[in-house]
Design a protein around this ligand. Structure first.
Ligand code: UD1
Ligand code: CA
Length: 460
């Protein structure tokens, strides 16, 4: 932005608040949205504007937050005395800065670049404008500062909800918390803010009135998509923001050529990578680190984390892929199958009710219903190696560490404790014992017994 426009731009993000209403030890802006800290989303948007400086105002003991926004500068607000106090602290990192200062609230992370540009334009479009505020119309403005306008369309002042009269509370045009302010004037205006209000805090929302008193024009830019500027004060607000973000992420994925039958039930992570042509059925959850390649089909009710899914793979319904899973092309993972920290070779099938953990599986393996790798001895995990073209029968237990070589056959129901050489059969079952007529005899005996008991009961 600064490179193309006449005025340079600095951004100050206010994020020092304790977030008391979240009832959490985690700083509010570190709460995750699609798996990334709230502040990271705002940071990404702001970086896209290419400002000259970005400063984040943080509280004491917020090292994680400092690390999350590095290498951008941070300023520590020791006393949480309000948003104007926080901005004054941020300005200490911008000494001598002469351009415009874009002030954003860390708890309003989904604001879009286009909206920020319209706010900057509202400020920079006229030389007499000292400050612009981003407003929005809210169906329920409770809790938000109200924008009280003059008849000529300029901003008279902002009144906080707690300080507002009944008439002012009826106003639905609210302060989103985003401001673009003349950086030359800002320190002087900040020094005039007092805490003579319902919360005894220094409000940034006093600045428009102060600027207007000094004869500066103050203007309002409005966004009509209020969801992008909703703030996060409570866990319920956090869930609302998650909803907005998920909608955006799904839309982007679908635009890239992915099919979703019921997108509202699909949860994406910030780093989910899905190739065009993938089909995703309803109720699928993507945790961190999932990559899905072309042509794959994720059936309903799958939970996926830390997995790379090859081309044309079919998964689910009801499958779980855990971290460290790599599925080769054309693999089939069926219902009630869990795969963890394993490599599955191309075209292999694990179609029903299985567990594969710590396993290197070759190509064209058939891992039948109910078979499992027994990878844990109560103390440590062990590896199972399965060669190409192996047939593992139903309900087999492969006690790791173990190796089943290429083309071997493991008989259904076997518990395998010794390595199986290539093309061999391994079977561990009792010899079958058949007793002719036993079942019929048994039923007859039982029936007689029941009859006797009933008779006895009646008599007694
Ligand atoms: C604020 C605005 C309100 C606006 C709303 C939009 C003020 C006085 N009120 O209210 O007009 O409608 O946002 O969401 O500005 N912070 C600090 N230091 C502090 C206090 C706050 O850094 O001492 C930071 C917080 O971390 C937060 C942001 O400023 O990210 C906003 O603070 P918050 O207390 O949530 O303000 P609201 O009551 O939501
Ligand atoms: Ca807030």
């Amino acid at each position: 932005m600064s490179k193309n426009s006449s005025r340079s731009l600095a951004v100050v993000i206010l994020a020092a608040g304790k977030g008391t209403r979240m009832k959490s030890d985690l700083p509010k802006v570190m709460h995750p949205l699609a798996g990334a800290p709230m502040i990271s989303w705002l940071r990404g948007t702001v970086e896209g504007l290419k400002p000259d400086e970005i400063v984040v105002v943080i509280g004491p003991d917020m090292k994680d937050l400092k690390d999350t926004v590095a290498p951008h500068k941070t300023a520590v607000q020791k006393e949480r005395n309000g948003t104007a106090g926080a901005l004054a602290v941020g300005m200490t990192q911008l000494k001598g800065f002469k351009g415009d200062v874009l002030v954003l609230l860390g708890d309003t992370p989904l604001i879009t670049p286009q909206t920020l540009k319209s706010l900057i334009k509202a400020k920079q479009g006229s030389a007499t404008t000292g400050l612009s505020v981003l407003g929005t119309e809210l169906p329920d403005p409770t809790g938000y500062g109200r924008l009280i306008m003059n008849d000529d369309g300029s901003l008279r002042h902002i009144v906080e909800h707690k300080d507002a009269s009944a008439k002012e509370r009826a106003v639905t045009l609210v302060n989103t918390g985003a401001f673009c302010i003349d950086g030359n004037r800002l320190p002087g205006w900040l020094s005039k803010v007092d805490n003579n209000n319902a919360q005894g805090e220094l409000y940034i929302t006093d600045l428009p009135y102060i600027a207007a008193q000094e004869g500066f024009h103050t203007s309002v830019a409005v966004t009509y998509d209020f969801a992008e500027v909703l703030g996060c004060n409570t866990r319920a607000d956090l869930a609302d923001l998650e909803g907005t973000l998920q909608k955006r992420l799904r839309r982007a994925v679908m635009q890239s050529g992915v099919n979703m039958i019921d997108p509202a039930t699909v949860y994406l992570h910030f780093d989910t990578k899905i190739a065009p042509g993938v089909m995703i059925e309803p109720s699928v959850f993507f945790g961190p680190g999932v990559t899905v390649k072309e042509g794959a089909h994720i059936k309903a009710f799958c939970h996926l984390e830390g997995a790379t899914i090859g081309k044309n793979v079919s998964i689910g319904p009801f499958a779980r892929l855990r971290p460290g899973t790599t599925l080769g092309d054309d693999v089939r993972i069926g219902n009630f199958v869990e795969v963890k920290k394993s490599k599955v070779g191309a075209r292999s099938k694990i179609n029903h009710l299985g567990y594969v953990g710590d396993c290197i599986m070759g190509e064209d393996v058939n891992f039948s219903a109910g078979a499992i790798t027994v990878n844990y001895d109560g103390f440590t995990k062990h590896e199972t190696r399965i060669g190409k073209g192996v047939m593992v029968g139903s309900n087999a237990n492969l006690i790791a560490p173990i190796s089943i070589d290429d083309g071997a056959f493991v008989a259904a129901g076997s518990t395998i404790t010794e390595n199986v050489p290539a093309d061999a059969l391994s079977i561990t079952r009792d010899v079958a014992s058949i007793r002719e007529g036993w079942a019929a005899e048994y039923r007859k005996r039982k029936a007689a017994l029941v009859k006797k008991l009933k008779k006895k009961k009646k008599a007694g």
